[in-house]
Design a protein around this ligand. Structure first.
Ligand SMILES: [Zn+2]
Length: 149
């Protein structure tokens, strides 16, 4: 996994890419001491997560002592499933936007659309092919368990 930092106003935006796996320890342990203040973690580029990587991630959230607040944007489906299973995966951060798998039954096509935590309901989206409404491919209320804590 790689991390790119940029400053946006008073916030540091950290954009992750690649796989969160056993090799993510180096990236995360060198990143932790360089972060402070208000941080946004952009997860849009993280392709896969495994349990070893998730462990390093939880350690990382525990190590960023100089960070006063952090939030997550573009959380992937993988992120959401870990967030639902392990509270510490999100820590004290709020998830603002996250992927929602949607499905068009007519065309038998899946797609992923970004949902907003503030909306509290599945994102509305119409199928690119038939223009019909896409439905969540997941059971919505259990998919957003992580938002209800
Ligand atoms: Zn369709």
């Amino acid at each position: 996994m790689k991390a790119k930092l940029r400053q946006e106003g008073s916030e540091t935006v950290v954009t992750f890419s690649g796989e969160l796996n056993e090799r993510a320890e180096e990236t995360l342990s060198s990143l932790a001491p360089s972060l402070s203040g208000n941080v946004v973690f952009d997860w849009g580029g993280v392709s896969t997560i495994n349990s070893l990587g998730a462990g390093y991630w939880i350690e990382f959230l525990g190590a960023i002592a100089r960070v006063t607040s952090y939030r997550f944007v573009n959380a992937t489906v993988g992120f959401v499933s870990y967030a639902n299973a392990i509270e510490a995966f999100v820590g004290k951060g709020a998830v603002e936007t996250f992927e929602v798998p949607l499905y068009c039954a007519k065309c038998d096509q899946s797609s992923r659309v970004m949902g907003k935590a503030a909306d509290a309901e599945p994102p509305r989206s119409s199928c690119a092919k038939c223009k019909g409404a896409r439905e969540p491919e997941i059971e919505w209320s259990s998919y957003v368990t992580f938002l209800k804590r």
